[in-house]
Design a protein around this ligand. Structure first.
Ligand code: NAD
Ligand code: TYD
Length: 338
């Protein structure tokens, strides 16, 4: 049943709320007048600074731990699950953590939703559809799941648990599948913040393979607006794609160099990612029919505003880049760049 009868003033548990998209979503719900609890394990990607100035109740813990979920979810009317291991390259280096959080953790949350008869919204990804051939139509929600990486396979495992819980136990659960998301506070391992911050530092920009891969770019506020709409108006058992604007990676790299003033000599074509998907493209008609209208254009302002945020907030990303990150960067890029 949609939750539109309780438009605001809901009590919501946001898991993974200290991450990039989750923290923006918490900010959005609080501004709408909802009461928000956050459950976050504070992995390398979780950052309490992302929630500074936002009123919420914070619980540090693992979504795969039923006792932690019981404590954090007490009294809530819905769970929105952002908590996940999220980076494809890290999943290639070690998939186990992805299964534990993205599959098992999702199942623990679903059990809570089942036993307390509350709504569960699963924040998933367009990557579960696998790559879409160039020239083929963007895929709708009934396209087959053809996950390519350990990351997307683990997200697909979570999605299938959600749909199984709806069918088997009649749980009020639904799924959004968002495109590549960009904006402030994204951990600088992902393509855009990695390349933007490297360009500011004068470091190399490691383009995988020929750089002709294509992604849809979705502003974090538009993504959160889509998730909020699905939470309040979506139907149980349904999947809603949240698409963006499709661009080739090398076009994005050129724009980043323009906006940061970085030298084209920084670009290095390096060994490709194993199993690299060439293209993602999703059809968001179903969410648009619920009333979703993205407000941000990637080319007219969206990317530029993001570059400006990283230029103005070096105190956010510089400490990240000097910690655990350095070890990861070495493992992932040292031999590629040598
Ligand atoms: P992120 O990596 O920035 O944040 C993930 C958050 O989850 C962190 O705060 C981390 O501490 C927390 N977390 C990880 N494991 C946990 C566990 N076991 N228990 C509790 N908390 C845990 O991720 P993001 O980019 O904000 O992505 C959020 C969600 O959106 C993910 O589910 C991801 O699959 C999905 N998604 C992301 C994108 C994107 O482009 N970033 C696109 C589509 C969908
Ligand atoms: P990424 O941000 O990891 O997201 P996705 O989950 O879609 O792979 O990467 C976006 C695109 O950028 C993808 O085609 C891989 C490419 N990429 C590089 O070329 N170099 C890099 O160092 C990274 C991290 C990504």
């Amino acid at each position: 049943m949609p939750l539109s009868s309780t438009l605001t003033g809901m009590r919501v548990l946001v898991t993974g709320g200290a991450g990039f998209i989750g923290s923006q979503f918490v900010r959005r719900l609080v501004e709408s007048g909802d009461e928000v609890s956050v459950l976050d394990k504070l992995t390398y990607a979780g950052n309490r600074a992302n929630l500074e100035g936002v009123e919420h109740r914070f619980h540090e813990g693992d979504i795969a731990d039923p006792a932690a979920v019981e404590r954090a979810a007490e009294g809530v009317e819905a769970i929105v699950n952002f908590a996940a291991e999220t980076h494809v390259d890290r999943s290639i280096l070690g998939p186990a953590e992805f299964i534990l959080t993205d599959v098992l953790g999702t199942q623990v949350l679903l059990d809570y939703a089942r036993h307390h008869q509350i709504r569960h919204l699963q924040v998933s990804t367009d990557e579960v559809y696998g790559d879409i051939p160039l020239g083929a139509d963007a895929c709708a929600e009934d396209a087959p799941i053809r996950a390519s990486s350990p990351y997307s396979a683990s997200k697909a495992g979570g999605d299938l648990q959600v749909l199984a819980y709806v069918r088997t136990y009649d749980v009020d659960a639904l799924i959004t599948r968002g495109a590549n998301t960009y904006g402030a506070r994204q951990y600088p391992e992902k393509f855009l913040p990695l390349f933007i911050t490297n360009a500011f530092e004068g470091s190399h920009l490691p383009v995988y393979g020929d750089g002709k891969q294509r992604r849809e770019w979705l502003h974090v506020e538009d993504h959160c607006a889509g998730i909020e709409l699905a939470l309040r108006k979506g139907e149980a058992g349904n999947v809603y794609n949240v698409g963006g604007q499709e661009r080739e990676n090398m076009d994005v790299v050129r724009r980043i160099l323009d906006l940061t003033g970085g030298s084209p000599d920084l670009v290095r074509h390096v060994a490709d990612r194993p199993g690299h998907d060439r293209r993602y493209a999703v059809d968001s008609t179903k969410l648009r029919n619920l009333g979703w209208q993205p407000q941000h254009s990637f080319d007219a302002g969206g990317l530029e505003e993001t570059v400006d945020w990283y230029r103005d907030n070096r105190e956010w990303w510089e400490p990240i880049k000097s910690g655990e990150y350095k070890q990861y960067y070495e493992t992932q890029y040292a031999s590629r760049l040598s």
